[in-house]
Design a binder for this molecule. Structure first.
Ligand code: FAD
Length: 307
């Protein structure tokens, strides 16, 4: 019940101002976002990789409203590339980008996002790492996959995200299961209409298993983006049946969520990547995390009431 309300609030300017300015929000946000500035995130990268995890870094800045912001986001990613080159971790530290942060939703947005993301993908390759294109709401999927095709012409290691809640995704998995392809499969975090997406958890989970089956038996590199213990166990089993050894697929989880499980899988020899967001524009990301788990909202409200 609460999830859709929070997802609607994630896109409301009024609620954004209210939540962002409440001083008590910060400690709750800290659980999911390790910092606002580049040095904060580089420290988190050193810490996580020191504990045997890999990382993908997201400079927060989705849903921008003018092209100058898109250029600022591009420049933030270029600075991040430089920072990562200095750490010399190669693909153990890659980057995730949301094309809406690069102008995808503005007039002429497809070309604008393509123009802004291209230098980032180039700089990532020079720094010895790569980029995964996050997936946003369903209206952006065709444009994002078109940008992916364009990027993969020169940088075949560029990754994509597919969301099992969308009806179309099984077909997209088939199209992206070829050699060299890197696909992170997730359930999906946006509020989508019944005309395009499964609405019931059980249906989304079943679709996740079907999609993962397609990716695991394909020639590409599957990335299992979930904290769901059942889907993680099924992922391990599907990998085993497909004859994939650890390292021929990976698990991915978000910073601050099921940390013990991330470390347990890594200690068992699995490749595990933590998705680490950073920056000042944490509102949309934070609200989607609250929407995923009602207990988080209770925690948030308790901290509001306690001060
Ligand atoms: P759930 O059933 O939601 O969660 C399983 C268990 O994990 C819960 O019972 C709880 O114990 C724990 N858990 C899950 N979420 C939380 C939380 N917020 N706080 C505390 N505990 C929690 N979505 C997109 O639409 N596009 C993307 O590009 C995208 N990229 C992602 C990248 C990664 C690495 C991951 C892990 C997720 C990404 N997502 C993305 C989000 C995803 O779509 C889901 O919304 C999110 O992962 C929750 O689904 P779940 O599979 O973890 O299962």
């Amino acid at each position: 019940m609460l999830g859709p309300v929070l997802l609607a609030a994630a896109r409301s300017g009024r609620v954004r101002r209210l939540v962002s300015s409440a001083p008590v929000t910060r400690p709750v946000v800290d659980r999911y976002v390790p910092g606002e500035a580049l040095p904060d995130v580089l420290a988190a990268v050193r810490d996580l990789t020191g504990r045997g995890l890999e990382v993908t870094l997201d400079h927060l800045g989705e849903d921008i409203t003018d092209p100058a912001e898109a250029r600022r986001n591009r420049d933030a990613y270029l600075a991040l590339c430089e920072g990562l080159a200095g750490l010399g971790l190669g693909e153990r530290a890659e980057m995730s980008v949301k094309l809406s942060a690069f102008g995808q939703a503005l007039p002429g947005g497809h070309d604008l996002a393509l123009a802004n993301v291209t230098p980032v993908v180039e700089a990532a390759a020079e720094a010895g790492t790569t980029v995964t294109l996050d997936m946003e709401d369903h209206t952006t999927v065709d444009s994002t996959l078109a940008v992916l095709r364009e990027m993969r012409r020169r940088f075949p290691q560029t990754g994509a995200v597919l969301q099992s809640y969308l009806f179309r995704t099984e077909d997209d998995c088939r199209a992206l299961a070829g050699e060299g392809s890197r696909v992170r499969l997730v359930k999906g975090a946006y509020r989508e209409p019944a005309s395009v997406a499964y609405q019931r958890r059980a249906e989304v989970d079943r679709a996740f298993v079907r999609c993962l089956g397609v990716l695991m038996t394909g020639q590409g590199y599957p990335m299992i983006g979930s904290h769901d213990p059942r889907l993680i166990a099924i992922g391990e089993e599907l990998a085993r049946r497909a004859g994939r050894k650890p390292g021929a697929y990976e698990f991915q989880m978000l910073y601050g969520i099921r940390v013990g499980e991330q470390e347990r899988l890594a200690a068992e020899g699995h490749r595990v990547r933590t998705y680490v967001p950073y920056g000042t524009d944490w509102y949309g990301y934070f609200m989607r995390r609250l929407a995923e788990r009602p207990a988080n909202v209770a925690f948030f409200l308790r901290s509001l009431a306690g001060r």
